[in-house]
Design a protein around this ligand. Structure first.
Ligand code: PHB
Length: 389
């Protein structure tokens, strides 16, 4: 029975090889898969996130938990229709240890599902979809950014304090836009205001003209908006070109003016927004981060760079607790859960659903900066509706 015995021999060899392979794995590189937009309206956001992440890893000598880091990446194009295929490339083809992504709330839903199905560790460095830290929450799913509800709810409270009574909203028709408007509306209506009309256009459209005409005719006290990236640049310029910046105050979640001011120029001056980051925080931590980022990338950092940097800080906390042994998943997750992240935005901890509990700043555009004008909401925690952990 020569065939059987050679099979037995091969099996014995394979079994003997397992501990060796496991050792090589523990000592080898840890594989991080970036799934981010590198094209389209959110392209600059993806680049800033990757830069921020790499900066923190470089500051740790290129290692996490003593292991060198290998990066692989996929351009998700902010396209939910391609998201499942894209995330499976990273999980099944590239065999990543950790997934980092993405920006778009629709795309992140496919990532969270795949991360759950395959028990892959996922850190979300932007997308605010409520479900990620709500109904889809899980021990292997973390977020270093915000929930769509957080900056929006804070702005609803600001708008109430300013005495506005009638608001209109305008955004892209997709999860992030819908949830941002809902968060604003929740706080604004709680404070006695009312939302007269919710205007929408499909993502990533920029045909704003008819909607701006509607705003001019309805004359609300205030307009609340969620736009980001290239779309935000065009919206702020069109709002000013229509003369509305002189007649109807525009407020928004801070993505409206983050990473966009160079391109928005005069059209953005004076805009008030709420976000978990701002210019002019002037803390030693933020100053050091900004200097290092500018030196490394010849670019000014923005909120996306901070979120990428903090995703790496969260992973570093887990990896150093298990000395790079990602097979100790429970200990790795426990260390990430209890980490206090020394973020450029200000230190934060994570909620039970793994979302940052953080201050939301009120910011005012002055020149090329979103100057901090105060704290709109202190240590704001997403309600994590539907999360059972
Ligand atoms: C989102 O889709 O969740 C999203 C996209 C861009 C942002 C913020 C949120 O700047």
């Amino acid at each position: 029975m020569p065939r059987l015995s050679s099979l037995a021999f091969a099996t014995a060899l394979a079994l003997a090889a397992v501990p060796l392979a496991a050792q090589a794995q523990a000592a080898g590189k840890v594989k991080v898969g970036f799934m981010l937009p590198y094209t389209g309206t959110f392209a600059a956001l993806g680049v800033a996130i990757e830069n921020g992440f790499r900066l923190h890893v470089e500051e740790q000598g290129g290692k996490l938990g003593g292991r060198e880091v290998e990066f692989v990446k996929v351009d998700d194009e902010s396209d939910p229709a391609k998201a499942t295929d894209n995330v499976n490339k990273l999980i099944k083809r590239d065999n990543v240890d950790v997934l980092v992504g993405t920006v778009h709330s629709g795309v992140v839903m496919a990532m969270a599902k795949a991360a759950k199905d395959n028990n892959t560790l996922l850190i979300v460095p932007n997308a605010g979809a409520g479900a990620v830290t709500g109904p889809m929450c899980g021990p292997n799913i973390f977020r270093s950014s915000f929930s769509n509800w957080q900056p929006a709810y804070a702005m609803g409270e600001v708008a109430v304090k300013k005495g506005y009574k009638k608001a209109m909203t305008i955004t892209w028709k997709y999860a992030a836009g819908d949830e941002s408007v809902a968060g604003f509306k929740e706080a604004f209506e709680k404070g006695g205001g009312s939302v007269m009309k919710e205007l929408n256009l499909p993502f990533p459209g920029v045909e704003f003209q008819a909607l701006l005409t509607e705003i001019a005719a309805a004359k609300p006290d205030v307009v609340y908006t969620f736009f980001a990236g290239g779309g935000a640049v065009k919206f702020v310029k069109d709002y000013a070109a229509a003369g509305l910046n002189k007649t109807v105050p525009l407020v928004g979640a801070g993505f409206l003016t983050d990473g966009t001011l160079e391109a928005q120029g005069d059209a953005a001056q004076g805009l008030l927004t709420t976000l978990h980051y701002a210019d002019g925080l002037n803390t030693p931590r933020d100053n050091a981060f900004r200097l290092a980022y500018a030196k490394t990338f010849k670019l000014q950092p923005d909120v996306y760079a901070v979120q990428g940097y903090d995703a790496a800080q969260m992973l570093a906390a887990g990896m150093s607790a298990v000395k790079g042994d990602t097979s100790k998943r429970d200990a790795l997750v426990a260390a990430m859960e209890k980490a206090r992240i020394d973020s450029p935005r200000g230190a934060f901890t994570l909620s039970k659903a793994h979302n940052p509990v953080q201050d939301i700043y009120l910011r005012k555009v002055e020149g090329k900066e979103n100057k901090v004008a105060g704290v709109a909401a202190k240590a704001l925690s997403d309600p994590a509706r539907g999360c059972k952990l």
